[in-house]
Design a protein around this ligand. Structure first.
Ligand code: SAJ
Length: 406
């Protein structure tokens, strides 16, 4: 029988590791969060946070104040080790989108000397099929005496940025073990804070399920983005078309936009394509459709700008989705940078959620942009943009990638 509270080492204190570590600490576990970023470690130890996520500051403060959460740059011995580090992609042998497992491998090598008999390693990072078995093997390479004595499981994170704390507790959780004992141990741990169902499987199925979730969304967004091009070509309103089609009881089309951003949906499908390239034609094409959308928007702006002698182009939004300040892999940001680099007019960028020092070009107020722009390009559906009085912009050319100004 496992102890009710454990000592848990969480490798990586980002958007997944920090909320998970804090949640476990508030449930009575003793948690050591480990990160290579010394500044982040110091910030967390002072009860503050280095990333933006609603209510995370309150959770971290209470976890640190309880004495159960500490951060460090080096691990210690413990009962369970959770790996929650990034898995980006990199170019390998002609494949520009191969998974980059260097962070996962490095975290594994870092914990290996601290492992002891009975320990469980949980991989939460989104990973290609076979990674959990790989880290298990990696540990045994340096600690062969632990053969048959340690456990490994994949428990993929599935939380939506902006709603992480709620989804961490409420979402169903997949537990993919490399053995029955690994599944039982991981299940016991997640039950201490997860209200959702805990679904048991093997590690390879768990890895693929996570990749499939984000690929499903990517393929469906690609369908919406392709529809937006078709509707533009045919002179039909895409928003109305989708709204009408969605009234069918078995149709649920997602929304088009300037492209797909963030560090998950635009990345994870490539892990499937890299593992099974011949079989994943649809997934690859969806990625290509979504990746091509920002260029299409830029070309649209260029065509409209050609009608003006000295066009002023107002760009509304820089983040990768609405009502957040995160610009990672943001198609909106890329579109603005692209337009700024071209000689097609004066570009005025505006994003009420982005602080001016976060970008290397001037930001303008919404009021100024609405006053001066000949062409308005809506790139993000922030709440502020939904309140624009349509009467005040009726003489402007509008390119609305999010269907906000309808
Ligand atoms: N988007 C559209 N049209 C839509 C919906 C989204 O263009 O109808 C765009 C958004 O604007 C954004 C991108 O897609 O640029 C991704 O946004 P998102 O809100 O769909 O997802 P993420 O990247 O914030 O979080 C996803 C979630 N996965 C799924 O919903 C299947 C989350 O649950 C995962 O935990 C997360 O990826 C992750 O970490 O993998």
């Amino acid at each position: 029988m496992q102890r009710l509270t454990q000592k848990i080492i969480v490798m990586g204190l980002g958007y997944i590791g920090l909320p998970t570590a804090s949640m476990l600490a508030t449930k009575g576990h003793t948690v050591l969060g480990v990160d290579i970023n010394e500044e982040a470690v110091a910030t967390i130890n002072s009860g503050r946070i280095h990333i933006i996520e609603p209510d995370l500051d309150i959770l971290v403060r209470s976890a640190v104040n309880s004495g159960n959460l500490k951060a460090s740059t080096v691990p210690e011995e413990g009962d369970t080790f959770i790996i929650a580090v990034p898995t980006p992609f990199k170019a390998v042998d002609g494949n520009p989108k191969a998974p980059d497992l260097s962070y996962v491998e490095s975290a594994t090598r870092t914990i290996a000397p601290f492992l002891r008999e009975g320990n469980l390693i949980i991989l939460e990072s989104t990973s290609p099929v076979g990674t959990t078995e790989l880290i298990h093997r990696l540990v045994l390479e340096s600690r062969p005496e632990l053969e048959g004595k340690i456990h490994a499981a994949h428990c993929p994170e599935r939380v939506l940025p902006g709603h992480i704390l709620r989804e961490l507790v409420d979402n169903d959780r997949i537990i993919g073990g490399t053995s029955k004992a690994a599944i039982a141990k991981a299940k016991e741990l997640y039950k201490t804070f997860c209200n959702g169902a805990i679904l048991e499987t093997d590690s390879r199925t768990a890895e693929l399920s996570k990749l499939v979730e984000n690929s499903f969304r990517d393929v469906n967004i690609a369908f919406a983005n392709e529809l937006s091009l078709i509707c533009d070509e045919l002179g039909v309103n895409v928003w109305e078309t989708i709204a009408l089609a969605n009234r069918h009881p078995r149709v649920n089309i997602l929304q088009p936009g300037p492209g797909v951003g963030g560090h998950c949906i635009a990345v994870d499908p490539w892990f499937i394509v890299s593992s099974a390239p011949a079989q994943s034609r649809l997934i690859r094409t969806a990625r290509e459709v979504n990746d091509a959308k920002p260029h299409w928007v830029v070309e649209k702006v260029r065509a409209k700008a050609a009608r003006f002698r000295e066009p002023v182009i107002g760009c509304l939004g820089l983040t990768f989705k609405a009502n957040i300040d995160d610009m990672r892999e943001s198609p909106s940001f890329d579109i603005v940078k692209d337009l700024l680099g071209q000689d097609i007019g004066t570009v005025m960028a505006c994003d009420p959620n982005v602080q001016p020092h976060k970008v290397d070009f001037p930001l303008h107020s919404l009021k100024d942009v609405l006053k001066r722009a000949d062409i308005l390009v809506v790139l993000v559906d922030h709440d502020e943009f939904k309140e624009i009085d349509l009467e005040t912009i009726k003489d402007k050319v509008v390119i609305d990638t999010k269907g906000v100004l309808r």
